[in-house]
Design a protein around this ligand. Structure first.
Ligand SMILES: [Fe+2]
Length: 246
């Protein structure tokens, strides 16, 4: 039960209050556990609206891409989770949304689709409109930490862009805090650095979706151009909020 409380604490710390995870009461959970997690009382996962309009990130990320990314791709992860037989889902959802345990499950459906739901929900919050094309730079404690660990923002930007560009196939590029140090890392598919399966585990500060569905309509095969433009709409306020959370 404490694990369950830890999960909700962690999700809260990530600022993922919009996530529509199954919120069963402790009593319900106890009942489910007593039933060996066989109960199928499903509350559906839902797709939360974006915190901005679909065209708000133009000209850097186009409206059609955002619309399809959110209403088709993200929705598909949500739908697949809801289609997953509910016999084990109460236990798995509860445990897997802690992310650290996702890899304990053999179900690729759960790992990929719940991972996709978590990653995209976070990703939307880490983007923000920049209609005036203002310089978009981190500030405060996060800027200090970036300068400390990468020598300069430009050097960090170069390393992050390179890592994201070179990631093979579908996946994500992350800025994480690990052992009190910032680190750039990537994960395949819908894995993330909160999962034990990740090469580097740590606190997520910044996320970039490098799946082709995130950029192909506008940028085709030019992932590097997508990344180059994404820097204009990275939400540094949200990134610093994540960085400062204990
Ligand atoms: Fe995506």
């Amino acid at each position: 039960m404490n694990d369950r409380r830890d999960f909700f604490k962690k999700i809260g710390l990530l600022g993922l209050s919009g996530l529509a995870f199954k919120l069963v009461s402790n009593e319900q959970l106890s009942a489910l556990e007593a039933l060996g997690h066989q109960a199928g009382n499903s509350t559906p996962f839902t797709l939360s609206p974006l915190p901005y309009t679909y065209n708000a990130l133009e000209p850097y990320i186009d409206e059609q891409t955002m619309l399809i990314h959110h209403t088709k791709h993200h929705q598909a992860y949500v739908t697949k989770m809801n289609e997953t037989p509910s016999t084990n889902i109460d236990f798995q959802v509860d445990d897997m949304t802690k992310c650290r345990h996702i890899d304990q499950y053999t179900s690729a459906v759960i790992r990929n689709n719940l991972g996709g739901h978590v990653n995209h929900t976070l990703f939307w919050t880490l983007l923000k409109p920049n209609k005036d094309a203002k310089p978009n730079l981190p500030s405060g404690k996060l800027a200090e930490a970036i300068n400390r660990d990468f020598k300069s923002f430009e050097e960090f930007k170069k390393q992050f862009s390179e890592k994201a560009s070179k990631h093979f196939g579908s996946g994500w590029c992350w800025l994480i805090e690990k052992d009190n140090k910032l680190l750039i890392t990537t994960t395949p598919n819908q894995d993330n650095p909160l999962m034990k399966v990740a090469e580097h585990q740590g606190k997520i500060v910044l996320a970039l979706d490098v799946w082709e569905h995130a950029y192909y309509l506008k940028y085709q095969n030019k992932r590097a151009d997508y990344i180059s433009n994404w820097w204009n709409v990275a939400n540094w306020e949200k990134a610093e909020e994540l960085y400062l959370k204990k």
